[in-house]
Design a protein around this ligand. Structure first.
Ligand code: ADP
Length: 188
């Protein structure tokens, strides 16, 4: 079977992390969540981690070159041979262009891009009512994350126009996973 290279894009609160985990399991590919990797780096007390932490807490994006280096190194690991699911990357068109170059460099096959679509009011409601809250789950930071998504990340969908499938992210978690799998396996 050929490699399955997936990118999952969605605003904060869209269920992107949950779906990425479920798809990783379903397809037997690793989930690469840049937010998780950055939070681990922040907790490790390294210098780059410390810088990333204060940026993340305010709901802004960490610099492109930092995440691009993280993703390049991660994709080169052997467990990515059958494919991968990127969760939270690329988040800017600069990152998308860098990813194109990395995949070319590493001789990888094409990517499919899944965008989760959820209304803004629902995103805010979900995040502010999330049981286990993160340092960046306060109202000010959330407002920034939503603005950053519209300004920086929404244009990434345009970059992937021909590889893109848009999925309604409202409703039952398991049904959304099935809708994604179905859209990915349809003949195109
Ligand atoms: P969410 O989608 O809820 O915002 P993530 O865990 O994906 O959560 O990201 C949390 C934070 O980590 C972001 O707000 C940002 O500060 C940082 N981050 C994650 N991925 C990237 C990326 N690709 N580029 C820049 N910053 C990132």
């Amino acid at each position: 079977m050929s490699e399955r290279n997936l990118i999952l894009i969605g605003p904060p609160g869209s269920g992107k992390g949950t779906q990425a985990k479920r798809l990783a399991k379903r397809f037997g590919i690793p989930q690469i969540a840049t937010g998780d990797i950055l939070r681990e780096a922040a907790a490790s007390g390294s210098e780059a981690g410390g810088r990333a932490r204060s940026i993340m807490e305010r709901g802004h994006l960490v610099p492109d070159d930092l995440v691009i280096d993280i993703v390049r190194a991660r994709l080169a690991k052997e467990d990515c041979n059958p494919g991968f699911i990127l969760d939270g990357f690329p988040r800017t068109t600069g990152q998308a262009e860098a990813l194109d170059a990395i995949l070319r460099e590493q001789g990888r096959g094409p990517v499919r891009v899944v965008a989760l679509v959820v209304a803004d009011e629902e995103l805010v409601r979900r995040i502010l009512s999330r049981g286990e809250s993160r340092a960046d789950d306060n109202e000010g930071s959330l407002r920034n994350r939503l603005e950053v998504y519209d300004r920086e990340t929404a244009p990434v969908l345009e970059h992937y126009r021909s590889a893109l499938v848009e999925i309604d992210g409202m409703g039952d978690m398991a049904q959304i996973t099935d809708a994604i799998v179905e859209a990915l396996t349809e003949q195109r």
